[in-house]
Design a protein. Structure first.
Length: 276
């Protein structure tokens, strides 16, 4: 009898998980479909000119006609995003560790970090173009400057927000400082760290596009400037669609890494500590 009950409970659990997975995919797609239908109807009913707001069907035609161009330029922007993002991790995480480990360093550098965020990165972009030219490096640096701050803040918050009881337990078990850090403190901080990483990947997309706006000669951001100059509004929407897909893809890669590295029961545990 108990085996039948357990089997029924397991079937219900599997059915519930299948419904949850289905709803995660279906509901956003259905909402997007409804919005596109409303958009199409509104442009027809109110006779909105194409140069102001093209119909979704016209935008999709532009995507088909310019698919090769969008794909080619997406690789350029993706490379800038990836390099800027990886640089933000390579500098942001060690900087956060230094802030956490050395109070003197924290008191010295933390106000400078806060002040640096008050400075608009768009204003810095022309200076980087002057220093480094019109190649990829200025775009990578702008993506880095915009993306690295959430990584630093969330990593520091994750490392400092551990319950004191866990540290006391680790010491009672005879764990040293290094073992406590890698076995207790760092795993506890991982959800918060990945919260910062997920915020940063979206900001890296913004940074790369800003760099292409200011001094680009390739990439989706540069093509947006070209389409805007030609008053090609359907192409503008097509490029925005490509940028959106690129950003979503980058975000999903970070989320996949989180699911592979962070234990399932801890995912989302750091959500309350995410900061921008």
């Amino acid at each position: 009898m108990s085996e039948d009950v357990e089997a029924a409970v397991e079937r219900r659990r599997r059915n519930f998980e299948r419904r949850e997975k289905f709803s995660v995919v279906f509901y956003p797609l259905f909402a997007m479909f409804v919005l596109l239908v409303i958009w199409e109807v509104c442009t027809l009913v109110f006779s909105i000119p194409e140069f102001l707001l093209p119909k979704p069907t016209v935008v999709f035609q532009s995507i088909q006609q310019n698919a090769s161009l969008i794909l080619r330029e997406s690789w350029v922007t993706a490379a800038e995003i990836a390099l800027g993002y990886l640089l933000s991790i390579a500098i942001g995480v060690p900087l956060a560790l230094a802030i956490f480990l050395w109070p003197f360093f924290s008191r010295s550098i933390y106000p400078i970090l806060i002040a640096s965020q008050a400075m608009p990165k768009v204003a810095v972009a022309p200076l980087l173009i002057v220093w480094f030219g019109f190649g990829m490096l200025p775009k990578v640096l702008i993506a880095f400057l915009i993306a690295f701050f959430p990584i630093v803040i969330n990593t520091v918050m994750g490392l400092t927000s551990i319950e004191k009881e866990k540290i006391y337990l680790a010491r009672a078990m005879g764990l040293g400082t290094i073992d406590t850090f890698f076995k207790i403190r760092l795993p506890n901080a991982m959800p918060s760290i990945f919260g910062g990483l997920k915020i940063s990947i979206t900001l890296a997309v913004v940074g790369a596009v800003v760099g292409e706006f200011v001094g680009g000669n390739a990439g989706l951001g540069y093509q947006l400037i070209v389409a805007n100059g030609a008053m090609d509004t359907p192409m503008l929407f097509a490029l925005l669609f490509g940028l959106t897909l690129l950003g979503i893809g980058m975000f999903l890669l970070v989320e996949l890494a989180e699911r592979l590295i962070v234990p399932r029961h801890m995912i989302g545990a750091g959500g309350g500590r995410e900061m921008i």
